[in-house]
Design a protein around this ligand. Structure first.
Ligand code: RIB
Ligand code: CA
Length: 308
């Protein structure tokens, strides 16, 4: 039985790779919908990028729904310094995809699909959590219907500030709603996504895969690596991490811990306070991915691309 997933994203190069990985024949995942949210760039561009990726991989029958165009409370944030003005610079994907988004807000698509499900839908949340929070607030009955939220976000340290990772920092109020919702959360923070670095040997392995999708991903990775030059051994493939876990859960070691989201700190807004030692005595609400099996991750990533 294929695992049914909905990807909520802000493409973004690593989001694009996550979609490509999830939709591949090798993933054995059933991609039910793609919903987009303001994040890396504005939601119109993120949506267009999701459609461009669908065009690249021939994903014609999966609905793409545009979602929130700004965070719940704070002023909008973006990351064009990483992903370029378009949000997916450095690729030769069709500029104007033929595929159109559905005429329904992402929040309503999430609610409709979850309410109609028998509790078997997993949400892969790889952008700011605005859509997920709005869905929970608009229809709280979806929470027991969510099989799992596998999210990329947070960590025991930050990348946008010393304390906060971008997806959480971009909408900490939304993240707080999601982390306190009671939905089963598996969290892929920077502690684990920084173990998935696309070093030059990985890029060479990717370039050696002879199909148009792998070639396009190599272009994406070449551009995306620019933001990591001189700081890391390679670009961090943040968003493919939860997808790899949904394909093979054994790829990470998880700890059941309490995680709270800071929304008022002058220097700590957007921090995920990960209580690794149980110091707070508060009920655990997250399965926290601490350790990745990088060899297995890259095997899954390359297998997905070879399957196109
Ligand atoms: O901090 C990394 C996260 O922020 C990734 O999801 C990336 O796509 C950006 O959204
Ligand atoms: Ca993302």
């Amino acid at each position: 039985m294929q695992k049914k997933i909905i990807i909520d994203c802000d493409p973004g190069h690593d989001d694009a790779m996550a979609i490509i990985m999830a939709a591949s024949g090798a993933s054995h995942l059933q991609l039910d919908a793609i919903t987009t949210v303001a994040g890396n760039v504005d939601v119109a561009k993120n949506t267009k990028n999701a459609l461009r990726v669908c065009e690249l991989i021939g994903l014609h029958d999966v609905p793409v729904a545009m979602g929130a165009d700004r965070p719940l409370v704070r002023e909008p944030l973006e990351a064009s310094h990483v992903h370029g003005k378009s949000g997916l610079d450095g690729t030769a994907l069709p500029q104007e995809p033929a595929k159109q988004p559905v005429d329904q807000h992402a929040v309503d698509v999430l609610i409709e699909k979850l309410m109609a499900s028998d509790g078997a839908i997993t949400i892969a949340a790889i952008g700011p959590l605005t859509n997920i929070a709005l869905s929970i607030r608009k229809e709280p009955r979806i929470v027991p219907k969510i099989k799992e939220i596998a999210l990329m976000g947070g960590g025991t340290y930050g990348n946008r500030t010393p304390a906060a990772e971008f997806n959480i920092y971009a909408d900490a109020e939304a993240a707080k709603i999601v982390f306190e919702s009671g939905a089963p959360i598996t969290m892929f923070g920077l502690d684990v996504t920084h173990q998935a670095l696309a070093t030059s040997d990985k890029l060479e392995e990717l370039k050696a895969i002879d199909n148009p999708v792998a070639t396009a991903v190599a272009d994406m990775l070449t551009f995306y690596s620019g933001a990591y030059k001189g700081k890391f051994a390679g670009a961090a493939l943040h968003d493919p991490c939860p997808i790899a876990y949904l394909i093979d859960p054994a790829i990470v070691e998880l700890d059941s811990v309490r995680v709270d989201v800071e929304t008022t700190g002058e220097f700590t807004y957007g921090m995920t306070v990960v209580d690794l030692k149980g110091a707070t005595g508060r009920k655990a609400n997250v399965h926290f991915a601490r350790q990745l099996n990088p060899d297995r991750f890259w095997q899954l990533f390359m297998d997905a691309l070879r399957s196109y």
